[in-house]
Design a protein around this ligand. Sequence first.
Ligand code: F6P
Length: 192
Amino acid sequence: PRSIYLSRHGESQYNVLQKLGGDSLLSPHGMQYAKALPALIKDNIGDAQLTVWTSTLRRTIQTAEFLDYTKLTWKSLDELDAGVCDGMTYEEIEQAYPDDFANRDEDKFNYRYRGGESYRDVVIRLEPVIMELERQENILIIGHQAILRCLYAYFHHLTQEDLPYVKIPLHTVIKLTPRAYGCDEERYALPI
Ligand code: F6P
């Protein structure tokens, strides 16, 4: 049966600083993940030829750097655009935009950042990616937290309410195998 592999990029410099968005490079831990990823995949998935899809952001491309597969970058896989809050921490957002911060908590799926996107917007922009994903085999997506939540929720048929809270840990490959009913899942984590 057909499987889809999902991984977040390795820990980025912005992840360490707890800043949203941006286009930072990987942290030393993130680089360790990038270097370990080829073996993590070989050990768990074997020698199958994968095709790697990344976003256009440097942290996903850097994570894919050591993988010896065909690679494709998709602008549609870029992280949810936090608009005016891009580059800020949650604390800074709460200070600068307290009402927005509360509204997002109230309805995280529909909340749209000023000058940016909502999860609903991202689900719509991912439609072409999902269409292509349904036609392809052995795709590994190296993506971002919000993006992978949307893809994960699509295959697991999660509600809009649950989607923005799915836990997609760093340094973990998630294997999804769609079945007639539901979707099987395995996770391969690297303890770094
Ligand atoms: O913190 C990493 C990150 O990918 C941010 O770039 C992004 O804005 C955020 O996670 C998405 O998570 P949430 O929607 O829970 O804020």
